[in-house]
Write a protein that binds this ligand. Structure first.
Ligand SMILES: [Zn+2]
Length: 442
């Protein structure tokens, strides 16, 4: 007995040692692979890239009347046009500044450091298991069937579960650090030196609701993903920033998607599906692009994706039924937005090898086709809902209700109910009070 106990203890220790070795080895492989990718990239893109030159192409006359609302979502070809009016220039400056966020993750040393907080072994085991299940499912459907997701997709899916369930915390009003009572917002406060040193330019101030305590609680809004690994809390801005960085750290290509209606999320590139996949860390949502419209009942105007190699207007991925869910796009004429996207892309790719640029252009074109496809299928869908009887009786302006529409639509899950209602993100059946002038901080 004694002997076998000792033997099994020794075996356990061996297994532990082996697991540790494997994790360490894995970390190294990943780190080397990423380092190679990053250094080859940073040689080019780190140096301050010159603004793309305008070769004096004749500009079309300014558009007097900006195209109405969501016409851009209708696949009308446009000639890019440089921003000229103050409003368009403001939009351009804002997008250009937002576009630099993903560049801040491209730091091999910090990405390696970041992986230390991630339970890599657990994540890789889960991913391995899930991808085997998906593979088996595909095989059971017949020869030549492809698994729904590849291994790297499963890694990000496991990362997403861990991030939402065990790592990051949502903050509305932070609780009092003295007595844990709820707090009330009292405004903004200038950052303290240590907050500023860690990159917080804005600090929200809260006061404890218990008058016997009356302590103030500070909520610095950090926008450095690596600082967020320590603070581990925030609203969608912090969630998307930190989670996207971690996707990068595990080796995925990643995008940070800005939405004009006060939300941000992530997209990762699936090599297996050869397309960008929507990922929302706050909601633990994977590939649910209709979440915000059909789920939360929001109208969206702009969803712009930024990555280390460019920018793309991906609104059509998220707004599949423009008549219902498109918010007016009035920050700049569409031709100007196209120009801004091209310019950001050109800046990011300025120093890339020709071959790499060519590959990315091919990818942009494929994505363009994908996005146009959503509009076409939405129109086809609307048409299919009109019955012959309706046409005869002239009722075709009111198509029948859609039997295939998602039934119970999901409202937002991150944030408390009052906050969600105030933002108009409660989904169907919740009174929505979407007010563009009363926007809460991301
Ligand atoms: Zn208190």
């Amino acid at each position: 007995m004694e002997h076998s106990h000792a033997a099994s203890r020794a075996a356990d220790a061996d297994v532990d040692k082996l697991a540790q070795d494997m994790t360490e080895r894995f970390r190294q492989v990943l780190s080397t692979k990423r380092m190679t990718e990053l250094t080859s990239r940073s040689v080019h893109s780190r140096s301050s890239s010159p603004a793309p030159r305008d070769y004096g192409t004749p500009q079309p006359p300014p558009v007097q009347n900006a195209p109405p609302s969501y016409s851009s979502l209708r696949n009308i070809p446009l000639i890019p046009q440089a921003p000229a009016d103050p409003r368009s220039i403001r939009f351009k400056n804002m997008l250009t500044s937002l576009s630099s966020l993903p560049l801040r993750w491209e730091n091999p040393g910090l990405l390696d450091e970041a992986l230390r907080v991630v339970p890599l072994e657990q994540i890789y085991n889960e991913a391995e298991e899930e991808s085997q299940i998906l593979q088996a499912e595909a095989e059971s459907l017949g020869a030549g069937k492809k698994a729904a997701w590849g291994y790297q997709d499963c890694v990000v899916r496991a990362l997403l579960r861990w991030f939402k369930r065990s790592f990051f915390t949502w903050v509305n009003n932070p609780p009092c650090h003295m007595c844990y009572s709820p707090t009330l917002a009292v405004g903004m406060s200038p950052p303290l030196p240590d907050e500023q040193a860690r990159g917080a330019n804005q600090v929200e101030l809260y006061k404890c609701s218990d008058p016997r305590c009356g302590q103030y609680e500070r909520f610095p809004r950090y926008n450095d993903a690596f600082v967020l690994l320590q603070t581990r809390k925030g609203r969608c801005g912090e969630w998307a920033n930190c989670f996207s960085m971690l996707c990068r750290a595990v080796g995925s290509r990643v995008r940070w998607v800005w939405n004009a209606e006060d939300h941000v999320w992530t997209e990762v590139y699936s090599l297996h599906r050869k397309r960008w996949v929507h990922v929302d860390a706050c909601e633990e949502a994977w590939d649910k692009p209709k979440l915000y419209t059909e789920g939360w009942g929001k109208k969206l105007s702009y969803c712009i994706a930024f990555s280390v190699d460019g920018a793309m207007d991906v609104t059509r991925r998220y707004v599949r039924t423009p008549p219902k869910y498109a918010q007016e796009r009035n920050r700049a004429p569409e031709a100007v937005l196209l120009h801004i996207m091209n310019e950001i892309r050109a800046t990011r790719r300025a120093n890339m090898a020709k071959q790499e640029k060519f590959r990315l252009e091919g990818e942009d074109m494929r994505e363009g086709t994908e996005l146009r496809g959503y509009v076409i299928s939405s129109i086809a869908h609307e048409v299919a809902r009109i019955s012959a009887d309706d046409i005869v009786s002239g009722r075709f302006n009111h198509p029948r209700t859609d039997p295939d529409a998602p039934k119970a639509l999901e409202g937002r899950t991150s944030g408390n109910s009052a906050w969600i209602r105030a933002r108009g993100e409660g989904g169907r059946g919740t009174p929505n009070q979407q007010d563009p002038h009363n926007q809460h901080p991301r």
